[in-house]
Write a protein that binds this ligand. Structure first.
Ligand SMILES: [Mg+2]
Length: 467
């Protein structure tokens, strides 16, 4: 865990240098570490004053621990305390007991079994993931309306307006953790800091089942000893590039030349990461993020590039996207498809329509046409490994325009045509049935006959839920 060591005594504070890096209340994890020297702390204070921003740490980042695996252990008591993985061919999620053996999500199941011979693979309780994720975020919402959900199991919350009612941000974080544990039986880790970036890092440091509050006066001392990969936006590739420059901690990144970082990482990312390494993050909580597109994709392995293969897959993807478009009353005008061939080379093709659409059949037909076009231009490609559809140019108008140019044939694609209207009614009926009885209850024959959704597909759907 790098320079940070968990304090086994559970004491409320650790000060190994001349100042305190972070504070935690009773019952939460307490962390201490090598503290940076005084000049850095001084710089933080000056910076805060000059920017005139709040000095309070009132942004929470709450993140459920090993979410999918924890839900499985919650629902199947015999799995508790055991190394488990959700998935089969590929590990989709692993419990902490499995992670201790080096099992990670995305790892082939075979490799995971080599690392951990007692590993238990389980299927996924997919509908429960959605329900429990929503329930945890709803508990957070009881303390503030300023919530920005960023995935099924994590959200930011700004509690600066809630302290009169519920106590300090630290008290609120503690109350949320207690309630999520008591009402849902799940562990949620929370980071509390002055910025979103730092709160997200703090929640990662707090895991498993902990809470870390970063005191604004010593935040750089906390941040700079941590490894760069804890930063938002530093994935394996960026980590590797930085390591080649001898940069492994956030402090080393902060002290490197911004010009050099722009050269290594590109201008925009280089600048952004250097700013974040000084905890310069002006982003506020966005409670109403308006999506600009909705997409879905399916990995196929290696399948022949024939219509019998790609049409049912596109139908399923279009079904997922169109359902979300209709639910949010945001029809799309631009449809983009991505076709990846056997050698991982991908071709993208888009079409902007004269009128917005949100019918499953219309989206399917447009996507099928586009993929036909791609394959006609790449006649030498006989194998496809991935198909994706993205719908963009989303309308704000809940009532799609019904009058259309006469040139458009009544082929059922357009909401204004007779056939189009019938198709829209069929879609809405399907949506209503699925809303009540679940997505599996009913479907288009062509999609249903194409076989069941795979585990990885269903995981992808969970991450696609926010339009
Ligand atoms: Mg999580």
């Amino acid at each position: 865990m790098g320079p940070l060591d968990r304090d086994p005594s559970g004491a409320t504070a650790i000060a190994s240098g001349d100042s305190l890096a972070l504070r935690c209340g009773g019952g939460c994890e307490t962390w201490g570490g090598k503290l940076a020297s005084a000049p850095i702390s001084l710089q933080v204070q000056n910076e805060n004053k000059s920017e005139g921003r709040s000095l309070d740490a009132s942004i929470l980042h709450a993140d459920l621990d090993a979410f999918y695996a924890s839900v499985e252990q919650l629902l199947e008591p015999p799995l508790r305390g055991k190394p488990i993985a959700v998935g089969g061919g590929v590990v989709l999620a692993a419990s902490y007991e499995a992670r201790a053996f080096g099992v990670r999500s995305g790892m082939p199941g075979r490799r995971a079994r080599e690392l951990c011979p007692d590993l238990i693979f389980t299927g996924g309780h997919f509908s429960e993931y959605g329900r429990l994720g929503d329930a945890a975020i709803d508990i957070l919402r009881d303390f503030t309306p300023e919530i920005e959900r960023i995935s099924i199991d994590e959200a930011f919350a700004d509690v600066s307006g809630s302290t009169q009612l519920f106590g300090s941000p630290q008290d609120i974080a503690r109350a949320v953790r207690t309630r999520v544990r008591a009402e849902l039986g799940l562990a949620i880790s929370i980071g509390v800091a002055r910025t979103k970036h730092l709160a997200k890092i703090a929640s990662q440091v707090a895991k498993p089942d902990g809470m870390v509050v970063v005191d604004p006066t010593t935040e750089l001392a906390f941040l700079h000893d941590l490894p760069v990969e804890l930063m938002w936006g530093v994935g394996p590739a960026t980590k590797e590039k930085l390591a080649r420059q001898g940069i492994e901690t956030i402090g080393q990144l902060a002290l490197s030349s911004p010009m050099a970082m722009e050269r290594v990482l590109g201008r925009a990312i280089g600048r952004k990461l250097v700013a974040l390494s000084w905890n310069r993050d002006p982003r506020a909580i966005q409670t109403h993020r308006r999506a600009i597109s909705a997409g879905a994709q399916s990995a196929l392995g290696r399948k022949p590039a024939t219509e019998a293969v790609f049409r049912p897959v596109l139908q399923r993807l279009a079904d997922r996207i169109a359902r979300r478009l209709r639910a949010k009353d945001r029809p799309c005008r631009t449809v983009t498809v991505r076709v990846r061939f056997a050698d991982m080379r991908a071709v993208t093709r888009a079409l902007t329509l004269p009128a917005p659409i949100c019918a499953t059949s219309a989206l399917t037909e447009v996507a099928v046409d586009l993929v036909r076009g791609v394959l006609a231009d790449h006649i030498e490609e006989r194998t496809i490994s991935l198909l994706a559809i993205s719908a963009s140019n989303l309308g704000e108008d809940p009532f799609p325009q019904l009058e259309l140019p006469f040139a458009l044939a009544d082929d059922g694609r357009w909401p204004g045509t007779r056939k189009g209207k019938l198709r829209e009614r069929a879609d809405r009926a399907l949506d209503a049935i699925r809303e009540r009885f679940g997505v599996e209850a009913v479907g288009y024959a062509s999609g249903v006959l194409a076989g069941h959704r795979t585990g990885p597909d269903r995981f992808r759907e969970l991450t696609e839920q926010e339009l």
